[in-house]
Design a protein around this ligand. Sequence first.
Ligand code: HEM
Length: 203
Amino acid sequence: MAEVSAGNPCPFLRALVAHDYLDDGVVPLPEVTRTITRVAAAGEGDSDLPDRAVRLIALIANGISPAQLVRNSRQGLHLNALRDGPLDKHGAGSRILDVKVHVNESELDRLDTFASDKQRPEGGTERGLDHAEITRYMEANYERARGHRRRIDRKLMNGEFPELLRVIGRDGPQGRYLPLDDVRRLFIEQKLPQRILDGLKQL
Ligand code: HEM
């Protein structure tokens, strides 16, 4: 696994760097978009991400001054310099990763309190979160950050855990859910689920 800079607080992008799908430094925007779309295509079900939305996020992620926009559009996304950028919610999110990207286990346990037992596609059950549970979790995180949150933070959240549900979620008999074990592995080990890695090999 490759080393990932502490300047990258996105658990999903951290895993892409750790798996060597993306460089830890500067990555041209088309490559960022292509890689994210490929990973999404390796998942279960309909998880096509709109290229344009990902490209726009990558364009503004390091700063929105005209000079920064020109720099990102010419050079690419600086994956190691996302901290304190426009997408950094400064603790208004899950707080699973702290500013030094250490994992806060008690926050992972708190995430579990929003989850429930889900039936796996191949039988048996596991802890997971469906769309409604993820929404309740995001509302609680936004509420907890009262006094030090921006209104945009709640909108930004929609591109994080719900997007993770779309990309790595599983389609169980009761609907789509995000397995809690996969979230833990993503945050703690920076690893994508094995089924996604297998799917990528077949693309
Ligand atoms: C170019 C694309 C992307 C950029 C620039 C980006 C950037 C970021 C940044 C800066 C954060 C930290 C926010 C904070 O700490 O407040 C973050 C968090 C997060 N992102 Fe990404 N991200 C991108 C794509 C994605 C995708 C495609 C997914 C899902 C498949 C994703 C899932 C998440 C999750 C789950 C969090 C954690 C939110 C939390 O802890 O509350 N991101 N992202």
